[in-house]
Ligand binder design. Sequence first.
Ligand SMILES: Nc1nc2c(ncn2[C@@H]2O[C@H](COP(=O)(O)OP(=O)(O)OP(=O)(O)O)[C@@H](O)[C@H]2O)c(=O)[nH]1
Ligand SMILES: [Mg+2]
Length: 373
Amino acid sequence: MRNEDIDLVIMDCALSPVQQRNLEKAFFAKVIDRTGLILEIFGRRARTREGTLQVELAHLAYQKSRLVRSWTHLERQRGGFGFLGGPGETQIETDRRLIEVRMKRIELELASVKRTRGLHRKSRRTVPYPIVALVGYTNAGKSTLFNDLTQSKVLAEDMLFATLDPTLRRVSLPHGGEIILSDTVGFISDLPTMLVSAFRATLEEVLEADVILHVRDIAHEDAEAQLADVETVLSQLGVDPSGDRRLLEVWNKADLLDPDALTAAQNSAQRRSAAARPVIIVSALTGQGMAGLREAIEHRLAQGRVTFDVSLEPENGSGLGWLYENTEVLQRTTAADGSTLLTIRVAPERAERVRRKFFADGREGQASLDRAS
Ligand SMILES: Nc1nc2c(ncn2[C@@H]2O[C@H](COP(=O)(O)OP(=O)(O)OP(=O)(O)O)[C@@H](O)[C@H]2O)c(=O)[nH]1
Ligand SMILES: [Mg+2]
């Protein structure tokens, strides 16, 4: 190894600090493990305050876990004399406390950054745009898809974790509905749990989304394994991959499939969609299938939404304003007597407010539930 002029060895597994040290001695080169590498990449990609803080938190959690491990190792060496303590132990205890203090501080700062973002989200929520979140394995094409849908230029690169910070944009759907699309960090197999928890704040966007697009690189040789990995992370976050009705699978990079593979994919997508687990096949690069994706998002959002026909007195300007601000106005006409007739649509959780505000006399017959499925 010495002769090969190698500076860095990356092990695709987890290493204990002792293993790492022994390997460094043997290789005469710096050695890092899988988590160390992921942290390194994350550190380079972080752009926003939130991203930087999350990476730092993950780094500290990593360091702390390694202190614990070497501490038990020392314990074992000392056998039954642990109660005597020792210089090594004291040092490690101090280090650990210092790390904990810093982690606490970062968590507080993260909470405040997140609160500000939460406020933003809340003000966004009063504008009734549903949120559509992109999730998927790193390099699956989420950002490319995001750029196509939003006509913007978020960094999309053939590299791991090109996206680290959440990015939000507004998108218009074919029938005029608007959504907020959210691009986010990609997943990877064996994503260390400390990274998942450090990035929880970012990934929580996903939990609040109205539709979750799971973007898959369907041409990748490990497509099935990546599917399993992403579903594991989703479960860790509290999204049930097989039961959550908000999930839509997007099979991306269809342009890379040969005709036979494409036909096979189309057939299995059809079967899945018949079983109410819709799959949309696209190529974010060529644009193939993207119109279908937009429609599928729209369709999914319409599910469970309640449509009302509301009639407003001509002088009820505030009611009109409220409806435009809080609901999706599908149609508006003026009746002969000057009153305004509106057809509006709202998410199920808003339907009650509309009822109370405009149907106090209990004319429930005017609401109808969309049953598109
Ligand atoms: N051939 C082909 N390449 C694609 C397609 N979509 C994305 N790519 C390429 O795949 C690579 C990764 O795309 P990104 O959009 O950065 O992937 P991502 O999922 O955002 O990746 P991370 O942010 O790293 O998690 C880029 O080189 C894209 O050009 C597609 O439909 N077809
Ligand atoms: Mg990306």
